[in-house]
Design a protein around this ligand. Structure first.
Ligand SMILES: C[C@@](CO)(OP(=O)(O)O)[C@H](O)COP(=O)(O)OP(=O)(O)OC[C@H]1O[C@@H](n2ccc(N)nc2=O)[C@H](O)[C@@H]1O
Ligand SMILES: Nc1ncnc2c1ncn2[C@@H]1O[C@H](COP(=O)(O)OP(=O)(O)O)[C@@H](O)[C@H]1O
Length: 286
């Protein structure tokens, strides 16, 4: 039998929200956002092997999450249903990203599954079809499917590609907490009326994370992580937390700070990418 993790696999990179403003709330309760997504050259990895007869198998899913609920499995099933493809797949997931860390790991896993299976099954769906399908799985899935760093509005699905973003080295610190996005968005004290920002203002340094104040109030560990990292460079939370990040001009500087990280925190150093590693992989697949 062939080893399920043979070959280079497919990357499911992390994202960070370089800033995130809450500008309003829709009638259905969802919040209107402005954010900038940038990818990191660090993340999960998935392997795909064709199976006969429509079978879907997943190895390496999250402990405590039923296979049918895993975003990888749901993405594969949604694609099978949309396309009517009669075959199946065995998927192996190597999970490296913290769950509920604001790095978009679940959404990225789902996007990689859609893009890789569209290729493997030769479905010929275009990127917009895949992004529309992805949006049904989560608001962050479309940006991972498109694979371009982007300015995002709406609930994160109205995307404007940004290729002029700087690509510093990021030190990402994981305070080892899983934070529920729903809990943060439902907090009565959340600022929901930040004035809309324009792209040039962001590129000149404006912007913050409106979710950070709420998270810091409920999770002192996130406040501690921000304080610690701020000693070296300005630090900010990504998404709804719990991970925080800071930008460094040189990789060596970021790694030197990572060396100082006090236990029990963990972290990693990665480069910001304006084109997702998933797109590089797809291009190599031909
Ligand atoms: C905040 C962001 C920023 O990138 O990322 P994460 O920190 O989760 O990675 C995303 O907008 C996360 O979007 P998404 O992945 O769809 O969030 P979900 O976990 O499905 O949302 C859980 C709940 O949060 C609330 N929610 C979510 C997004 C939004 N724009 N408004 C909301 O009010 C809703 O009550 C929703 O039911
Ligand atoms: N393959 C997956 N990887 C991560 N989370 C998943 C996956 N499948 C389902 N989930 C669920 O998605 C939620 C967190 O998603 P994740 O992308 O890790 O966090 P965040 O949205 O904070 O970036 C958790 O509730 C988790 O149970």
């Amino acid at each position: 039998m062939r080893f399920a993790r043979e070959g280079e696999g497919w990357p499911a990179p992390a994202k960070i929200n370089r800033f995130l403003h809450v500008t309003g709330q829709r009638a259905d309760g969802y919040h209107e956002l402005q954010t900038v997504f940038q990818f990191l050259d660090y993340g999960d990895r998935l392997w795909f092997e064709r199976l006969p007869g429509g079978l879907l198998e997943l190895t390496g899913g999250l402990p405590g999450v039923a296979t049918e609920d895993d975003l990888v499995f749901r993405a594969a099933r949604a694609l099978q249903r949309l396309s009517g493809y009669p075959g199946g797949v065995r998927i192996t997931l190597d999970k490296r990203l913290p769950v509920g860390g604001g790095l978009g790991g679940g959404s990225s896993d789902a996007a990689t599954t859609l893009v890789a299976l569209n290729h493997l099954w030769q479905l010929g769906l275009d990127v917009h079809d895949l992004a529309d399908l992805g949006l049904q799985l989560g608001a962050d899935v479309p940006v991972f499917v498109h694979g371009q760093a982007a300015w995002a509005e709406g609930v994160g699905e109205r995307l404007t590609p940004l290729d002029q973003l700087d690509s510093p080295w990021f030190l990402v610190l994981d305070p080892a907490l899983s934070i529920s996005t729903a809990e943060i968005f439902s907090d009565p004290q959340l600022t929901r009326n930040t004035r809309p920002l324009k792209i040039p203002a962001f590129l000149s340094g404006a912007g913050a994370n409106d979710l950070q104040a709420v998270v810091v109030r409920h999770y002192p560990e996130v406040a501690n992580a921000l304080n610690w990292l701020s000693k070296y460079q300005p630090a900010r939370m990504t998404g709804s937390g719990a991970c925080v990040f800071a930008a460094f001009p040189e990789e060596a500087e970021a790694r030197a700070v990572l060396e100082q990280l006090p236990a029990p925190w963990t972290g990693f150093v990665a480069r910001g990418c304006n084109r997702s590693p998933l797109m590089e992989r797809l291009a190599r697949a031909g």
